[in-house]
Design a protein around this ligand. Structure first.
Ligand code: SF4
Ligand code: SF4
Length: 109
């Protein structure tokens, strides 16, 4: 089991979540944050912190958010150098990215 960042994060990226993670397992991509599933200890602290309900346990994910399991796995590898432990400037609301774009971003290269 792990926690997963999903589509709502693409549009806001407030980053309240990173402040509570005891193992600092959030990584920053160009359009959203991801959680490294190997580092996440399933403490659930981040889930209520997210103001847009973007964080889910992988065993409770709505069907349409299933692709984000892979996006978080691959993104955590791809953005290895972008570990995020402090809140930063949020992205502009209504980012042009959507789920398909997020999949493309983490799978290219
Ligand atoms: S709190 Fe974290 S998961 Fe939620 S939208 Fe902001 S950056 Fe994404
Ligand atoms: S569930 Fe806990 S360990 Fe996993 S990302 Fe959230 S705060 Fe970090």
């Amino acid at each position: 089991m792990t926690y997963v960042v999903t589509e709502n994060c693409i549009k806001c990226k407030h980053q309240d979540c990173v402040l509570v993670c005891p193992v600092d397992c959030f990584y920053e991509g160009p359009n959203m944050l991801v959680i490294d599933p190997d580092e996440c200890i399933d403490c659930a602290l981040c889930e209520p912190e997210c103001p847009v309900e973007a964080i889910w346990s992988d065993d409770e994910l709505p069907q349409e958010e299933i692709p984000f399991i892979e996006i978080n796995e691959k993104g955590a590898e791809k953005y290895r150098d972008a570990n995020i432990v402090d809140q930063q400037e949020p992205m502009a609301h209504k980012s042009p990215y959507n789920t398909a774009e997020a999949i493309k971003v983490v799978q290219i290269d």
